[in-house]
Design a protein around this ligand. Structure first.
Ligand code: NDP
Length: 325
């Protein structure tokens, strides 16, 4: 099968994304040929493109896609031609019409979930499951701070926490995004640019601070997360949308109230087949029950991935973004 495929020769801005046509080989042992119906855009794609997460060059791009299996190689079990599936990598050639992927990376998509929804939610929804259920699980009635709450992961995380009975304070970059976060169940939404963000969170929580801060923004929000998190609470620092958090003095965790910090990545929490199956079942359940809904905020033709990167990095997107072949 012939496919368009995005790649970079060298790290750079969105203009570094190039396109080529390649003929995909037949799937080898353990592999499947996946024809994409939709591709999920993720902030990590920009780290791969910019060089924040270094790759050997030239490098293909894109972790997340949903589609239909066209063919399988020898020894593949549990996946067959015609199956509706989705992947979040770690293979990284999803910006394409089709790809050869290890069959072990595929998740079956339940019949009641369409493939666009699957591409919009798999990586971000499993990240949400990892954060809310395993990295920093909270009890009913405890307070959480969720940064970038109108974004891809943020929207899902607000809803997931609310479904667990957690009380959510959101941050977002505009009044419209704050309204969106409230409509998803956040009790309060604070402008991400507020210089007294942590003080506002302390006031809302009667001085105690939140039990957990979920921070995918990174550099710009680290200090606020530190000040807003209550004694013996946890900061789940899971991303770098504004740049990476570096040079943290461990003593600052002591003076902030004996805090815990985790810097998790999805791939470490979705390694074993049993935990992959269990985590995905929880996600499909949350979607099926209607407790968590995914907003596809914008779509772009596949060949406009460059513009999609520009908009994501300029904070112009809400919810999930799809590239469509
Ligand atoms: P989002 O849709 O959340 O987009 C990022 C958002 O971050 C923006 O919309 C913006 O929201 C906010 N933001 C604040 N400051 C900046 C800035 N300087 N530049 C750009 N954005 C900024 O992206 P995703 O849902 O794809 O990812 C969210 C985060 O989760 C990312 O950091 C990503 O790397 C991380 N992630 C981590 C995973 C892991 O395994 N650790 C897995 C998946 C995602 P606003 O304008 O409202 O402030």
């Amino acid at each position: 099968m012939r496919t368009r495929q995005a790649y970079i020769d060298a790290p750079g801005g969105p203009e570094a994304i190039r396109w080529r046509e390649v003929e995909l080989p037949a799937p080898g042992p353990g592999q499947a040929l996946l024809r994409h119906e939709a591709i999920g855009l993720n902030f990590i794609d920009t780290y791969h493109r910019s060089g924040l997460y270094p790759l050997a060059m030239p490098a293909t791009l894109g972790l997340e896609a949903a589609g239909v299996v066209e063919a399988i190689g020898d020894g593949v079990e549990g996946v067959a031609a015609g199956d509706r599936v989705a992947t979040f990598g770690p293979s990284r050639a999803a910006y394409a019409d089709a790809q050869i992927v290890s069959a072990a990376e595929l998740f079956a998509v339940p019949a009641d979930i369409d493939l666009r929804t699957a591409a919009a939610v798999l990586l971000k929804g499993l990240t949400t499951e990892m954060l809310a259920e395993r990295v920093a699980p909270l009890a009913e009635g405890q307070w959480a701070l969720v940064h970038a709450a109108a974004g891809g992961v943020g929207q899902l995380l607000v809803q997931w926490l609310v479904a667990r009975g957690v009380r959510v304070i959101a941050t977002a970059g505009s009044e419209g995004k704050c309204d969106l976060a409230r409509s998803l169940g956040a009790e309060h939404a604070v402008d991400a640019g507020a210089t007294d963000l942590a003080e506002q969170v302390r006031a809302i929580t009667e001085g105690r601070g939140v039990r957990a801060s979920y921070d995918g923004v990174g550099k710009a929000t680290w200090e606020a997360s530190l000040k807003a998190t209550g004694r013996r609470g946890i900061i789940a620092s899971f991303g770098n949308a504004s740049g990476p958090v570096t040079g943290v003095n461990l003593g600052s965790l002591a003076s902030a109230g004996s805090l815990f910090v985790s810097r998790p990545t999805l791939f470490d929490y979705y390694r074993e087949p049993a935990e992959r199956a269990e985590g995905a079942a929880k996600l499909w359940d949350m979607l099926g029950s209607g407790k968590v809904k995914v907003e596809i905020g914008q779509t772009y033709p596949l060949d406009q991935a460059e513009q999609a990167h520009r908009d994501l990095e300029a904070r112009k997107t809400v919810g999930s973004t799809l590239l469509l072949p």
